[in-house]
Design a protein around this ligand. Structure first.
Ligand SMILES: [Cu+2]
Length: 122
């Protein structure tokens, strides 16, 4: 084996090794899903059944989406309590309504004020 051939081989191995090392952490990051970048929007469903919001209390992150589905035979609504700063308006049977959460809220149904729920933003 000549001296130059030996060094060329060594160089080739070094290049391959550097390539492998620089690739490896990227693959690790992808598999771990660190969530360090832009937060993903989570989607939640709150079902309205037998005059209740299910679940009645939910904890989400700002920007998450909540879809309310009315499984009852009667019309309900979902309205901020007590300020009424937002509302679904009337939600007939089998209809759904979605909102993007911006802040913690208590809410209720203006048609059946005993129906209450709570959204907490953590
Ligand atoms: Cu109602």
């Amino acid at each position: 084996m000549s001296r130059s051939y030996f060094f060329r081989s060594l160089l080739l191995i070094a290049v391959l090794a550097i390539g492998f090392i620089s690739c490896a952490p990227t693959e690790l990051d992808n598999s771990e899903e660190k969530g360090a970048g832009v937060p993903q929007q989570q989607e939640y469903t709150i079902e309205i059944k037998q005059m209740k919001f299910i679940p009645a209390e939910i904890t989400v992150h700002k920007g998450d989406k909540i879809t309310f589905v009315n499984h009852d035979l009667v019309t309900h609504d979902i309205t901020d309590d007590p300020g009424k700063t937002w509302t679904s308006s009337a939600l007939p049977a089998d209809e759904s309504w979605s909102m993007t959460v911006t802040q913690s809220s208590n809410y209720y149904c203006t048609l059946h004020p005993t129906m209450k729920g709570k959204i907490s933003v953590e």
